[in-house]
Ligand binder design. Structure first.
Ligand SMILES: [Zn+2]
Length: 363
């Protein structure tokens, strides 16, 4: 079992002890450099927050408020991490308070106007300060609620369960709202992809399957998750709906063995709709054994498209079934980890786990 101590900090942030020291002295130089989320309270703060200092082991660090929101945290009411440092816009306050009072409610442009706030102004402020629209912000809050933030092995699990949405039924309900699912909609022809949440030591994953096999497995806080869900739905001409399936139960059991260091391969059917090129790349990825890595160049050569290294990188990133299609085993030619949709720290943790896991003797 991996420990969360060594893997919970993304590579792009300052060292954890440096960040913690900055928090203790409320160092304004670090404002905007990182945000701290407190696992016991579910709140994300600036390093300069006047609130009582959390214990180091209860902090999860983020490079942006946005990432913290997608991971299920809510903005602190005291240090207001959503506002640019030093310039709290009074006019926006009622809007933010309205979101926080009921994060599941959808605030429409008409609602904003009724509150005397011009929707275009709200949109501009969010785009300028956070690179997302107000509607995307609301979606992020709902998605965060839906996905929860429980980690197996954390001693905060009990606190997290008090959150309400940590229950599976709460997750399903929230997922349905987040993804605007219209049950029984006539345009859907194939059986729906049933989607559930699977807890892992690296954070919650969202998994989807139909009778044909596993169609989706993503780390829950992944920014692109929403798009991935829509892509699967579109490609299979079906919808994603919260539910359970035999394949999902087997997946959960096999993932538990994998994270326990007792499994190196998965025997589950996969549903991988994509272009011929993507399918070639994904097939090649599945040939990389646990404990091994390969470069993008090597994959490009193996599929007979030696010049298509960048396209291989894109197809790798478009993989919708993490771990089972082991896109984390592809690294740069120089040995650097390069990117990973679920975050570089997860890629590193998966590779370390696989390096430690004993492979069965070849027969
Ligand atoms: Zn705060």
């Amino acid at each position: 079992m991996t420990t969360t101590e060594s893997i919970s900090r993304p590579a792009t942030l300052p060292p954890a002890d440096e960040m913690y020291a900055a928090i203790l002295r409320r160092d304004p130089d670090y404002d905007g450099v990182f945000f701290l989320a407190v696992t016991t309270t579910g709140i994300v703060c600036r390093p300069t927050c006047p609130a009582r200092k959390p214990k180091a082991e209860n902090i999860e660090y983020f490079a942006s408020v946005r990432d913290a929101l997608f991971a299920g945290y809510r903005p602190c009411r005291r240090c207001r991490p959503l506002e640019p440092a030093g310039t709290p816009p009074e006019w926006l306050r009622p809007v933010l308070e309205r979101v926080e009072a009921d994060p599941e409610a959808r605030i429409t442009d008409a609602d904003l106007r009724r509150d005397g706030v011009e929707p275009a102004r709200v949109r501009r402020w969010f785009v300028a300060n956070h690179g997302i629209t107000f509607h995307a912000y609301q979606r992020a809050r709902r998605l965060g609620l839906a996905l929860g933030r429980v980690r197996l092995g954390d001693d905060v699990t009990a606190a997290a369960y008090a959150h309400g949405f940590e229950s599976l039924s709460g997750f399903r309900e929230a997922f349905r709202r987040v993804f605007d699912i219209a049950p029984g909609s006539a345009k859907h022809v194939a059986a729906p992809i049933l989607v559930t949440r699977i807890l892992t030591p690296l954070g919650p994953m969202v998994a989807g399957a139909n009778d044909d096999g596993i169609a989706l497995l993503e780390f829950a806080e992944r920014r692109r998750l929403e798009r991935q869900v829509r892509t699967v739905s579109k490609r299979l001409e079906t919808t994603c709906t919260p539910g359970d399936h035999e394949w999902l139960r087997r997946l959960e059991a096999q993932l538990a063995e994998y994270f326990d260091g007792k499994r190196t391969t998965f025997d589950l059917p996969l549903v991988l709709p994509g272009t011929d090129f993507q399918r070639d790349v994904w097939a090649e990825l599945r040939d990389i054994a646990s404990g091994e890595t390969r470069s993008y160049d090597a994959i490009a050569r193996a599929i007979g498209r030696p010049k298509a290294v960048r396209a291989v990188g894109r197809a790798n990133g478009d993989n919708r079934v993490a771990i089972l299609v082991p896109c984390h085993r592809v690294i740069g030619a120089d040995g650097k980890l390069t990117g990973y949709g679920g975050g570089l720290w997860r890629k590193q943790a998966l590779l370390e786990l696989e390096a430690r896991t004993e492979r069965p003797a070849r027969t």
